[in-house]
Design a protein around this ligand. Structure first.
Ligand code: C5P
Length: 218
């Protein structure tokens, strides 16, 4: 059982995916955290993240280990816990460039497929290309969307109001454009994915809808 949950930033992917996994007794994998962890490693090691060749050269070096417990999804790089550090604005600003490098994606997709193979009852996997590329035969594919305003308001709230909604909205638009416009497995809705617009829904409503869709397929 693989539940693929894709969509742009700020649509509630992580909260929804974790709650759905917890409710259904499934494992959980945050692939965005993995791309952030690779980016964190590149920055830590002085690799120029805007040089695709330099990033490609190092793509196989960081050893990423993702926890799959939806209650506490920790992630480490080379044995160092980076669950907190991967959320800095420095990493957020650099992640789209790093994740556009094909060698990075090839490596991460291997890690993601291995995690799913090791998950007992099944797994909820969230990202941008899960339904299109990583698990094209996923049991259920969900594509979450929300208005640009709603997404920016949520993300600004998560940052504790340290960044205005307008600045957040501009940063999200830039990251979405990069993620959707890249050549290798861009952010896209799979043809057979079910789109859920979360703009006017509470988290509980979104979770209920996704759980029902999964139950129908079980
Ligand atoms: O989900 P999150 O916002 O943490 O993802 C961070 C970045 O990782 C995205 O903006 C995107 O560049 C990249 N990503 C990706 N493919 C995925 C998941 C995330 O390219 N499956």
């Amino acid at each position: 059982m693989i539940v693929a949950i894709d969509g742009p930033s700020g649509t509630g992917k992580s909260s929804t995916s974790r709650a759905v996994a917890a409710k259904l007794g499934l494992s959980y994998l945050d692939t965005g955290a993995q791309y952030r962890a690779v980016t964190w490693w590149m920055l830590r090691n002085g690799v120029d993240v805007n040089d695709p060749l330099a990033v490609a050269d190092c793509a196989g070096k960081p050893v990423i280990v993702s926890g799959t417990d939806p209650a506490a999804p920790a992630i480490s790089v080379d044995g160092e816990d980076v669950t907190g550090p991967i959320r800095t604005q420095e990493v957020t600003a650099a992640v789209s460039a790093v994740s556009a490098v094909p060698e990075v994606r090839t490596r991460m997709v291997e890690v993601q497929r291995a995690a799913a193979a090791a998950a007992g009852a099944g797994i909820v996997v969230e990202g941008r290309d899960i339904g299109t590329t990583v698990f094209p035969r996923a049991t259920v594919k969900i594509f979450l969307t929300a208005s640009a305003e709603a997404r920016a308001a949520r993300r600004s709230g998560e940052l504790g109001g340290t960044q205005s909604v307008a600045v957040t909205q501009a940063a999200l638009a830039k990251r979405d454009a990069a993620d959707s416009g890249r050549t290798t497995s861009p952010l896209a809705k799979a043809d057979d994915a079910i789109e859920v617009d979360t703009t006017d829904l509470t988290l509980e409503q979104v979770v209920e809808r996704v759980v029902n869709l999964v139950e129908e397929k079980r």
